[in-house]
Design a protein around this ligand. Structure first.
Ligand SMILES: O=P(O)(O)OC[C@H]1O[C@H](O[C@H]2O[C@H](CO)[C@@H](O)[C@H](O)[C@H]2O)[C@H](O)[C@@H](O)[C@@H]1O
Length: 380
């Protein structure tokens, strides 16, 4: 893969999103990119691309606009606000129906096809928690994932390093892609076709696998940046830098809001020296990653091909995720009606997904329903 020819600018320009309107009160849409019109109808950027690249000098704005207003003490206004929120959520469900309520529709479409599951980790299989090192999935969720993986080819696609997400999930019957899809361990491909960086390897159980790491040449750079970020950021109280192998996460969830500007400035100061790195934004996290033409959507396509599903008529890929980076995968599935994206969110937000689930608990119910359905249909 030629890293230089495709990309001339390391930090990509801000997208100029097309706008769509939801009839929802302004305080209810809580995620990044939301702006307010004078009549308090919301204008929300339509997700043209999953990763919203942010210029470093817009970093602080992006951090602020992605944060919901603080809840004050419980009073009548808050009660009204939560009623409004329920109304807004129900309105939003018309556009992104619950995958549980639409289960029959999904399984009807799956008839004659092989379901293939792609699961994000944080916020999808495990609830969002303050300490990223403690984002454990429950044993019930692990059992649900294990059971579903017995029925369908299943892969985890995470922003974490592949080793870290494997440590959390701990199931050998899955395929794993870490670093937002830049580190894939999957089945041996029949042909290595366009993917020159794809090498044969063995997994921890000694099984032969393919390893695809399209950003491998960035490893020394990422390590260097990780060390600089640790030196510059971790003295800010609450800030945490996480090495995700081919990308680095700068967490500010536990940083006092008055210090966010310092976090943004210091991240900017470090990455300005690295024109081949870019900055994107997740859930209270800034992500430093290589400028390469690769994302979770490309990882889905790669894994489908690896599993022998190049012919999309035979397969129904389902991708479940909660984050901005999952939008790339939703978009790949939406384009050409290849499969279904399911957004995990308890608040209304614009997405390329088809369906929604409220939280990891509902994700688990959905996985269990798939297992029950497949057992029922196989005995017919
Ligand atoms: O692609 P994912 O598996 O969803 O990973 C995205 C990032 O998830 C983690 O951060 C998020 O979850 C943490 C634990 O709940 C939370 O503390 C943090 O605020 C969230 O941003 C992970 O730590 C990052 O490295 C991943 O990039």
């Amino acid at each position: 893969m030629d890293l230089k020819s495709n990309h001339t600018s390391p930090i990509l320009t801000d997208p100029t999103p097309s706008k769509s309107r939801l009839q929802v009160p302004s305080h209810l849409l809580q995620y990044s990119g939301v702006t307010f019109t004078p009549n308090l109808l919301l204008t929300v950027p339509t997700m043209n691309a999953g990763i919203i690249d942010i210029r470093a000098n817009n970093c602080l704005h992006s951090m602020e606009s992605s944060s919901p207003p603080h809840k004050k003490s419980r009073d009548i206004n808050n009660d009204l606000a939560s009623t409004d929120m329920d109304v807004a959520y129900r309105a939003w469900l018309l556009k992104y129906p619950s995958a549980l309520a639409s289960f029959e529709q999904i399984t009807n479409f799956a008839k004659g096809k092989r379901i293939t599951l792609f699961l994000d980790y944080d916020g999808t299989l495990s609830p969002i928690v303050d300490n990223p090192d403690c984002a454990f999935m429950s044993n019930d969720m692990r059992a649900a994932v294990k059971n579903v993986a017995k029925c369908f080819p299943t892969a985890i696609i995470s922003g974490r390093s592949r080793d870290k997400v494997f440590e959390f999930v701990g199931l050998t019957e899955l395929n794993y892609a870490g670093s937002h899809g830049m580190d894939i361990m999957g089945p041996v491909r029949q042909s290595s076709d366009d993917y020159h960086d794809c090498i044969r390897s063995t997994d921890k159980q000694g099984k032969e696998v393919n390893l695809f790491q399209p950003a491998s040449e960035f490893l020394p750079m990422i390590d260097e940046v990780y060390n600089s970020l640790v030196n510059n950021i971790e003295e800010i109280q609450g800030a945490k830098v996480e090495n995700n192998k081919f990308c680095v996460s700068v967490h500010y969830r536990n940083v006092d809001e008055k210090d966010w500007k310092t976090v943004a400035q210091r991240v900017h100061d470090v990455i300005r020296n690295y024109p081949r790195l870019r900055l994107t934004h997740g859930r209270k996290v800034l992500e430093v990653r290589p400028v390469i033409n690769w994302d979770k959507g490309k990882a889905v396509t790669f894994l489908l091909e690896s599993l022998g599903f190049s012919n999309y008529d035979d397969v129904l890929p389902i991708y479940v995720g909660d984050d901005q980076t999952d939008e790339d995968a939703f978009k790949v599935l939406r384009e050409g009606n290849r499969g279904y994206g399911i957004l995990v969110s308890s608040v209304p937000k614009e997405s390329n997904a088809f369906f929604s689930l409220r939280d990891p608990q509902e994700v688990m119910e959905f996985l269990k329903s798939l297992v029950v359905w497949t057992k029922k249909t196989s005995t017919l």
